[in-house]
Design a protein. Structure first.
Ligand code: 4AD
Ligand code: MG
Length: 458
């Protein structure tokens, strides 16, 4: 019998208790079961933490015959009392006074064995969160999202919400998903819902700038969409981006904020996700904890783009994509700088204007812009940002030079006519952050339901 007032306790709390409380009630899913003569051990997981709690069910239970038939993946409700565990590794186990089957899982349940390949697990994205690895990654993701808010709120930033539906192309790269309510066959934009071509946002930056010019320091954190057809392990068509934007802020202060944010988030994860991180240190990346600790301790390297190119040209390494001044850095170049040359994160700044978007502030040399990319091990670019062009004439010239229509950006231009100030910001890819923190090497494995070319099944 379960007492009426017994409420469910999460396994994470039970495992941390100091002294055994009275009766407890847990609900979760069976990870494994071992049967012996007269009793069974059930490993139960409820998603609250990586660890399972071990349940001891014996033949004094009236439904013990049924309990012996319970299979991996089944959902159970277990009442009982905590007893000191004789097994190694856990402090407590539950001596069950009742075990109720809530939902059974037949033998066709795919997660029977302990290890599955990432490739296979991607084909069962609806079930893979039930594995240790994906559970841990998703809990770390959740903690990091919270830490992002803490970081900015502690510093007086305002959390703003920028639109997902938009008519402008922030990056000017044309990698947008069109949004339309027109029936098939009608492509007259005048008939469409907004009367103009609309798309999913590739960045909340332009709107964030408007709000920074009113509220001072702001940040947005939301879904972002890019129709770039790049099937790489660090690109997704739908990803989450954190974008702070600061008025009265130059590129140097922008770099400093980016660096302190990465360090803060890393420290937060190490302090709050120790158990989940330990799984990645054991099974995914043996260097993980060392790398995270070093990342927090050491200052990031800061070098101009021209110097990065000089290092890469002189390094004697052959790359798949040749290094050339005036061209963007490829992931392999970025990783060489971080992993081999400097052995720590690198902020590259002052890229040529020809490879960067219209909104970046033109430097006095007339050739480079006040841009920055933060590069980290295993990933390459994790942050891209800049000081913004706050001077009306220069901004207009850049827009027109790139063939962008002045009409589309009229409001953005107008902000430079009313109390324009130097301002800066950046975007951090949230999935890339989770990759950095866990050592997971494919972006498809740090977001529950990844969207990549030809992949939107789940
Ligand atoms: O460098 P990006 O394109 O910069 C911007 O969008 C600026 N408007 C941000 C700003 O200044 N407010 O993108 C910023 C970051 C990249 O460094 C990368 O981490 C991530 O967003 N990112 C992606 N992450 C996953 N999949 C993709 N397809 C990504 N594209 C960019
Ligand atoms: Mg970038």
């Amino acid at each position: 019998m379960i007492p009426n007032d017994l409420v469910r306790t999460r396994i994470v709390h039970l495992l941390k208790t100091e002294t055994a409380p009275g009766p407890v009630l847990v609900k979760g899913w069976v990870r494994t079961k071992r049967d012996a003569k007269g009793f069974s051990f059930i490993e139960l997981n409820d998603g609250s933490c990586l660890s399972n709690i071990q349940v001891l069910a014996d033949d004094r239970l009236p439904n013990y015959a049924t309990i012996r038939k319970i299979t991996t993946g089944s959902a159970l409700e277990v009442a009982g009392r905590l007893i000191a565990s004789k097994g190694q590794g856990q402090r407590w186990e539950i001596q069950a006074s009742s075990v109720t089957l809530i939902g059974s899982a037949p033998d066709s349940y795919p997660l029977q064995k302990k290890r599955h390949t990432d490739e296979y697990l991607r084909t069962i994205a609806h079930l893979r969160p039930r594995t240790n690895k994906y559970g841990a990654a998703l809990r770390i993701r959740s903690q990091l999202a919270y830490a992002v808010h803490r970081f900015f709120q502690e510093r007086g930033f305002h959390y703003i919400h920028t639109p997902i539906l938009t008519a402008s192309d922030c990056e000017g790269a044309g990698e947008m998903f069109r949004v339309t309510s027109l029936p098939p066959g009608n492509d007259r934009v005048e008939d469409d819902f907004f009367g103009v071509a609309a798309n999913l946002t590739v960045s909340g930056q332009l709107e964030a700038e408007m709000l920074a010019l009113a509220l001072g320091d702001v940040y947005t954190f939301g879904p972002t969409f890019r129709a770039e057809n790049s099937n790489t392990r660090r690109h997704a068509a739908e990803f989450w981006m954190i974008e702070p934007e600061m008025a009265f802020c130059d590129l140097i202060e922008n770099m400093a904020l980016a660096e302190s944010m990465i360090k803060y988030l890393t420290t937060y994860a190490m302090d709050h996700c120790a158990e989940d991180l330990s799984l990645f240190a054991r099974f995914v990346d043996p260097q993980l904890m060392h790398r995270l600790a070093a990342l927090v301790e050491q200052p990031f390297v800061r070098i101009p783009y021209a110097e990065a190119i000089a290092i890469l040209l002189g390094c004697g390494q052959t790359f798949d994509y040749p290094v050339a001044a005036g061209h963007d850095l490829q992931a392999e170049h970025e990783r060489y700088l971080v992993e081999h040359h400097f052995k720590r994160p690198v902020t590259v700044y002052d890229f040529p204007k020809t490879i960067k978007p219209f909104y970046m502030r033109l430097n006095d040399d007339g050739q480079t812009v006040s841009s920055m990319d933060v590069l980290v091990a295993g990933i390459g670019e994790i942050i891209g940002g800049s000081q913004r062009e706050e001077r009306y004439d220069q901004l207009l010239e850049r827009l027109q030079g790139l063939g962008l229509s002045r009409e589309n950006y009229w409001w953005y231009l107008e902000s430079r006519q009313f109390g324009s100030v130097p301002h800066s910001g950046f975007g951090m890819g949230f999935e890339r952050l989770v990759m950095m923190m866990t050592g997971i090497s494919n972006i498809r494995d740090v977001i529950a339901f990844p969207r990549t070319p030809k992949n939107i099944d789940f």
